[in-house]
Write a protein that binds this ligand. Sequence first.
Ligand code: NAP
Length: 343
Amino acid sequence: MSIKNRYWVLASYPEGMPVENNWRLESKEISDVPNNHILARALYLSVDPYMRGRISAKQGYAKGVELGSVMCGGAVAEIIESNHPDWHPGELVETINFGWQEYAVLATDGLTRVDPDIGPPHAWLSYLGMPGITAWIALNSVGKPKSGETVLVSAASGAVGQVVGQLAKSYGCRAVAVASSQTKLDWCTNLGYDAGVNYRASNDLNADIRQACPKGVDIYFDNTAGPIHDAAMQNLALRARVIVVGTISLAGKFDEPDTGERFLRQILVNRARIEGFLVFDHLEMYPEARRTLAHSAAHGQLVFKTDFMDGIESMPAAFLKLLHSENMGKQLVRTAGSHGYPE
Ligand SMILES: NC(=O)c1ccc[n+]([C@@H]2O[C@H](COP(=O)([O-])OP(=O)(O)OC[C@H]3O[C@@H](n4cnc5c(N)ncnc54)[C@H](OP(=O)(O)O)[C@@H]3O)[C@@H](O)[C@H]2O)c1
């Protein structure tokens, strides 16, 4: 079988905020599927904030994308040819190793079978995938929420944040959203968040968070770093837990020194804890997280918004939406292959 594949390569490292020209769309024939590999066609391609770190000239916690190489990224895909006895054409898989492309030849380690009975295929990239699982594991294993506590969440209407707020409510906590617009905060209220702070409209973020969290912040689920982090740190409750999950507000100054205010006094006085979290350190917890999230979704206790763009051509624009706060829910790109699947 010979197939024309279109894919995005990294054309240049961003200087500051990435722009569409940092990538280039190319095409090539795929004609060979080596032993123990599969050929899969993307149905849904994911764009995620971690990709900012992978295109930095500076190395992060994972190996970066080299210039001229296919841009990294996860996908839900359909196997169309297999040279492995355990994987069959027609099966759906999820993998973080797909890349921004229409087709991929993949080794089979790292593939997850998508079971359409527990959620629509695209959910494996959202509430049943990395974002939802991040919310579940980070909140439970680092935050350890107790009923009556206040959980503050930045990027609250996004892929991770939507799930955090609903989980916090299900544990009897007060959930407080931080987001960039009233429309996003309205969606957070719809999810069950008790209060919200629009950080773009705020003249005094510290005071607005204090008003929304009158008993202080017991758990700060930090998806953003930056000024929201600084304001949250000044509102910690006794024995607060700060979970550093993402630093998307630094996307435009990724290669600059990460300096700013220090909050050691607040940490000392409140005997607070601040801990970095990486979901890939917790692979053994994925099945339980996914099972629990699927159960909640099936029983109407977890709702979720997904923001779709269409076609491989959209990949850079879809990614840049995240960095400019323009996505409303989990940002995905669907391809023609996804037609007919439930959304
Ligand atoms: N550590 C891990 O293992 C792990 C795993 C998954 C995700 N994450 C992190 O979790 C965070 C959320 O990821 P996601 O997939 O759920 O993305 P998302 O929230 O769906 O989308 C990104 C959101 O970030 C917010 N944002 C962008 N620029 C900002 C700025 N300058 N200041 C404040 N907020 C800004 C925007 O929301 P607003 O409209 O509210 O500004 C935007 O919608 C990211 O930082 C990501 O890196 C970490």
